[in-house]
Design a protein around this ligand. Sequence first.
Ligand code: 26V
Length: 822
Amino acid sequence: GVSKSSHRTGMTVEDLKQAFLDNLFYDQGKFPALATQHDYYMALAYAVRDRLLQRWNQTAATYTAEGSRTVAYFSAEFLMGPQLGKNLTSLGIYDRVRDAIASLDLDLDALLDEEPEPGLGNGGLGRLAACYLDSLATLEIPALGYGIRYEFGIFQQDLQDGWQVEKTDKWLRLGNPWEIKRPEWGVEVKFGGHTDSYLDQDGCYRVRWVPEQTVMGIPYDTPLLGYQTATANTLRLWTAEAPESFNFESFNSGDYLGAVYEKMISENISKVLYPNDDSAQGKRLRLTQQYFFVSCSLRDMLRILIGQELPLEKFHEKFAVQLNDTHPAIAVAELMRLLLDEHHLNWESAWSITQRTFAYTNHTLLPEALERWPIDLFGQLLPRHLDVIYEINHRFIDEVRIKFPGDEARLARLSLIDESGERYIRMAHLACVGSHTINGVAALHTELLKQDVLQDFYAMYPHKFQNKTNGVTPRRFMVLSNAKLTNLITEKIGDQWVKHLDQLQQLEAFADDPDFQNTWREIKLSCKRDLAVFIQQQTGIVVDPHSMFDILIKRFHEYKRQHLDVLHIITLYNRIKANPDIDITPRTFIFGGKAAPGYWMAKLIIKLINSVADVVNRDPDVRGRLKVVFMKNFNVKLAQRLYPAADLSEQISTAGKEASGTGNMKFALNGALTIGTLDGANVEIREQVGAENFFLFGLTTEQVYKMRAEGYCPQDYYQANPELRLALDRIASGFFSHGDTEVFKPLLDGLMNHDPYFLLADYQSYIDCQKEVGLAFKDTARWTRMSILNTARTGTFSSDRAIQEYCDDIWNIQPVKVAQPD
Ligand code: 26V
């Protein structure tokens, strides 16, 4: 045993320093003269991990002893962000560790910077999963995150001549100190082959799956400590390996290369995260990944259930499974198969357990992102699941017939099988039928699901639909990333707001206090100065911290309309060129985000931003008034530097397209004002902060629908609006592309002839609104007041609030207290 006061777990500065030096010597095998910054990072990470393990084991022991009901969050993506700083915050030892490290003449910030980002997600959906795991641990809810340990996460974005170039993300190259491999809990997963039927010993007719291929799923566990609690939950990610007995015959028959080839194929499954979040093309490997992690996870849960001597019939009492979009929806068929074929339950019992287990969150309104699998592909990979899905569909369609007799068109619309052309399985339909609850991620999004995308399911099962507006964790997006503002707030209202974000309301009392306003402003300026230094290091561009920092960071998508922001920049530029003495509020436009590697239009928009930046940043006529910066490789780490320094948050998607947005919440929490459309959670942010503290522009969802129905002609806007025309003509003329008139033609043609996202229709409203923004920024006291009120009134967008609602309304689960180690 390890004695309590030992520096293995001790929390004094001296203990921490000793632990760090010990780990450097014994784990890294280095002494200071030879150690790299990365060795120091690893030594510190292991010292911190030792302190987590006590809580982690204590938590596991408590859950096992109490047989606690547990949330299993199924997600193909977890965008966790770096762990070291987060764990220091959770343990409450950030300052002590800084001192311990400083006493060795090292810099904690430099060590934190050594941690590679675990980029196991694309964007909002993956980051939401990470925020939710933080809140689950902080609220002391027993929970497991289940997903895939991709060897290569989201690609690293580089720029060449203003174009995005993708580089492989080798995040595991130097080792991952936060995970523990658990080979003893490995499970077998089967693929392919065929089904046949047989009579069992009791003369019962049964179906059997005769698979063709087996791979091993090996779990790697990462502890997730709640904020200043003893609860440390687990993120369990699966990696694919060839089974040990792998292709014995091939080896014996001398086909060594054949056997090694097959091993390589097995290991492909968890190799790389799919980087396209724009379209759900039916790729075999993607379905393989989905089935792989879902099957591993369900078998793992059955092992836990049986280990606690609970009967199968209690599966849904032990576990509440949340499906993070349709990516894990194959779980509905897999749990049915496990209960029917491997545990011999009858259909009715199996189905009742299944439906009481799952709940489904939808994250998109874009039709092209709804997952569908071609039947042939599906049947080749998962023949038994195809049978199960046909049977689920058969029984479901009978139910529909009873509720809506004679309505054949409705049956076709609701069927789990799309038979309008080539046949597909509709994964959202499987998720809806197999779940007890279906939720959208913002109030408007949920309404649109009910009225539009899932209207037939809403007619069938109105009781299943709920809204759960997204939230973000204040621990990472305030306490960790904005220490200055955190300290000011804590000085004023105490420290309870970190776990009870509604308490930020108490800041309203100081919104007009000149001293408080001054301090608030100084902190924002100081954060902007920090960012300005970083921008200069990264890009060489010098920006003025006194200018308005106008930031647009998110994945590149046409519906998110980064190019509308570009039209604003060009408009301001044109105004200055036409009238050099014009009074314009100085702005620094900052962009960040990745485009799916195959999404050409999104990549062209990145090129456009960089082309405009090159011209604007060089032009002496606009000096001191406009700067444009594209920060490459936007990720959680970079995001944490940007939110604290933002004056203006750009949330400018076409109304009815963005499910929620979560960046919008992170900005408002950090005191940025929003310019935005009535889309996603912007609607609720505006309600909370007050219309007078939010810059609203653009068409509403209804107006967009109406315009589309009545025939929208973007050319009319071009013809009627001289400033818009000039902006578009400037791009077309090659002004931003060294005279090249071809490069941006596809973008311009798209806007002039189709403009499916209504940029031209929203242009003038956006430009007018930006003028208001510029004027408001000059009125410093007014702006500061608005900024304070944004922070004060966004407490409801905590992921703690969201998770509490999931617990109460969907999962029916209570916290479990874990004893604090002494
Ligand atoms: C879609 C697909 C399509 C198939 C290929 C792989 C793949 C991977 C990711 C996605 C993501 C689409 C869904 C998504 O990220 N939605 C975002 O979810 C956020 C959290 O709820 C929400 O704030 C954003 O508005 C929404 O776009």
